[in-house]
Design a protein around this ligand. Structure first.
Ligand code: PLP
Ligand code: ZN
Length: 434
């Protein structure tokens, strides 16, 4: 008996889970992992998932595998490649930050607290576990940086050869450093992310390497545990809104699927609304949304938030489905709004990378326009860690970002090693002294 199968979203063709495929063998369409919820129903409960909180034993100590019955029910426990991912903090937004955003009930789920510093680890533990299951010899991805950092780590852990393709000269230093450090073969492609992904997908078909981009449905199964964990941390109380940045749209696709499963199983009683935030210079999904999804758009992407600098999102149809299921919306924010929101999240003590701040900038904009009410119960997703992109932090606070204002700059100072200089500094900054 099989509890899960792969179904093509375009033609309905099905594959078994141990087939070494990640797109439809017939038409090349996106595959969905379909779990037999009716068979699983008697074993799944809030109590089961709650009983694993605080577990000391892998894999159930992981914030992904705690929900194994809904992620990969038939995975052999001993074959699971895990770093104990998930279990990230759901912060109540500090008062100053909440006031800046205009929200009375803002929480932030910090996925930058994952092992390699982004939510990509939740998907990667699923994807690499499947790669091991189908005895892949090596794994590959195209990446704006975080997918590669994560894949490099999990491939190393599993003893698999990892190969990553970056868009040339357009990757944040923290992410590049991780990929190289974890031992992946790291390659710059003389083109943008969309060109890199197209190349990698072709190479996978041609050379039979295992693809770990988010078209891989097992990645989305892991990523959907972000919403499972949010709900569990809230004692299964559904928020009014969940707001996240959208690039390749894998994450929003995963959120919709996960929420739908919880609703079908009766673990939640209603859907939250989802708001996807795109950078104004990389907003093909927003364009389609504005036109009622009459057309699928592609753009030449341009934004300071490299993790969402994507012009041809691979998970378009799955993301559209999420919006239908959740009465969802799409909004855009400028790079200036992103970088200012980042400065506010950073100085609140929480910190995040630029793409993550699109969530917060988006919430602020949607509250200002009246779509989200100040009293609405809102959860924003912070997707990556503040140290992922140190270059942008320093440039912002030094006032050297091209074409952007450093609205909340905290300039680095230099002084002579004298008490007089210290005193002058204290006076200037109005630091209380004895
Ligand atoms: C990958 C990533 C995103 C975009 O997620 P998609 O699933 O591609 O829409 C946003 N922020 C960060 C930090 C990421 O690493
Ligand atoms: Zn198909």
């Amino acid at each position: 008996m099989t509890l899960s199968l792969l179904r093509c979203m375009e033609c309905g063709n099905t594959h078994q889970l141990d087939d070494p495929v990640y797109v439809c063998g017939k038409c090349g369409g996106l595959l969905d992992v379909e779990h037999d919820l009716d068979t699983l129903r008697p074993t799944i409960s809030r109590a089961l998932f709650d009983s694993r909180l605080g577990s000391l034993d892998a894999p159930y100590s992981s914030g992904v595998w705690r929900y194994k019955e809904l992620v990969f029910p038939e995975a052999d426990e001993s074959a699971i490649v895990t770093r104990g991912e998930g279990n990230t903090t759901l912060y109540r937004a500090p008062a100053k930050l909440a006031a800046w955003v205009g929200s009375e009930r803002l929480a932030l789920k910090h996925e930058g607290e994952n092992p390699t510093g982004s939510f990509k680890d939740r998907g990667m533990t699923g994807g690499v576990t499947h790669a091991v299951m189908v005895e892949a010899s090596g794994v590959v991805c195209a990446s704006t940086g975080n997918t590669s950092a994560s894949m490099a780590s999990y491939a190393a852990l599993a003893g698999l050869r990892g190969l990553v393709f970056f868009p040339y000269g357009n990757i944040a230093m923290g992410k590049l450093a991780q990929s190289v450090a974890y031992g992946a073969i790291s390659v710059q492609v003389k083109g943008d992310f969309d060109a890199s992904l197209a190349l990698v997908r072709q190479a996978c078909r041609e050379f039979g390497i295992y693809l770990l981009n988010s078209v891989n449905p097992f990645r989305l199964e892991g990523q959907k545990t972000i919403v499972f964990e949010i709900l569990q941390q809230r004692r299964w109380k559904v928020p009014d809104w969940i707001v996240l940045p959208g690039g390749n749209l894998g994450n929003v696709s995963a959120f919709g699927k996960g929420l739908k499963e919880l609703l079908d199983l009766g673990l939640i009683d209603r859907m939250p609304r989802i708001a996807v935030i795109q950078a104004a210079g990389a907003a093909p999904f927003y364009q389609s949304y504005r036109e009622g999804f009459a057309e699928r758009h592609t753009v030449k992407a341009n934004t300071i938030a490299t993790a969402i600098k994507i012009g041809n999102p691979a998970s378009y149809i799955k993301a559209r489905r999420t919006l239908q299921w959740t009465d969802g919306i799409v909004e855009i924010v400028t790079d200036q709004e992103i970088i200012d929101a980042k400065a506010q999240v950073d100085k609140s003590g929480i910190g995040c990378e630029p793409a993550s701040a699109a969530s917060v900038a988006g919430i602020k904009k949607l509250i200002a326009s009246g779509v989200i009410k100040p009293a609405d119960d809102v959860v924003g997703i912070l997707t990556g860690h503040v140290l992922k992109d140190p270059g942008i932090v320093i440039d912002y606070h030094q006032g050297t970002l091209d074409g952007l204002q450093s609205t909340y700059a905290n300039a680095l100072r230099t002084i002579e090693p004298t008490l007089a200089d210290v005193q002058a500094l204290l006076n200037e900054e109005k630091v209380p002294t004895r």
